[in-house]
Ligand binder design. Sequence first.
Ligand SMILES: *Cc1c(COP(=O)(O)O)cnc(C)c1O
Length: 339
Amino acid sequence: MGTMYPPVTRSEIEVAQARLRDRVQVTPLLYAPALSAAAGMDVYLKCENLQITGSFKVRGALNMILALCAEGQRPAGVVTASSGNHGQAVAYAARQAGLPCTVVVPETVVAVKERAIQALGARVVRCGTTSSARLELAQQLAEDQGLVYIPPYDHPLIVAGQGTIGLEVLAQCPQVQTVVVPVGGGGLISGIATAMKQSQAQVRVVGVEPELARDTFLSRQTGQRVDIGTSHTVADGLRSSQPGEYTFAFVERYVDELVLVPEADITGAAVRLLADHKLVAEPSGAVSAAAVQAKAEGRLVSTAPQLWTGPVVCIVSGGNVDWALLAQWLLAAEGLERF
Ligand SMILES: *Cc1c(COP(=O)(O)O)cnc(C)c1O
């Protein structure tokens, strides 16, 4: 499906940036003293957990939906299949554009997520328990009702929207030498890597996955997209079973290294971000800080020699955490002297 689109370039990311101006937050870049001391180089956090809707996904969703409307063929509405950050982002973006929105969610959706999507004005349709069944229904609804399906990562307008983070980082920290990016289906890292490599080719781009969801890591090692099936990592935004077809080409071209972090490091990093920075990060958003900490301790698993230099920018991709889980991690954490 993806390979029919040409690769996104920096100029399309600039178009996206103009389209999104005053519609998304220019999120802060924070200096991280403790991580910097541990790593022996300057480390910064790009706080997409503070983005509208609580994750970066609104950038891609809004870019695609506004582009559809501008092309003069305003669709009857949009549809997607995600109860998570992408579902919320599409619902928000559709409302901004004045378009009706349908979000297909699992039968087993938790009530807070369903309500969050409904509160953004979208219609929620429950369907089955597998992502393939939901995708099929979403595409069927698109066909029957003249809606446009908004994919979570495998589309140039989504990649270009996520790439606007890369342009912001370059403006906020022009000396950046390494960016550390969470990897699910690969839309986020595809956009950021394109912005980086087509601006300052020496910037090292590192992708991070949970050990329990190492599909892109394995795909890099074998040179083709590997499907790992169902993953149970706590980082629910990174559970995609394989890299996107469109996005994997960017990973192969631009990503220097894929690294893995264990579950305990991920929840530990979420706790540290709260304690040290008063930042609420969800597990998927905390994997980048977890990778820097593991690297500092000399135990990071990587596809390549870790030739990192500073400044390092960690993308903290989202903050939509389950409060009950965060409370558990806090209560179980040791050595939180600041509390
Ligand atoms: C979706 C998501 C990711 C992964 O993004 P991809 O484009 O699928 O690689 C990372 N972090 C958060 C918080 C997300 O919602």
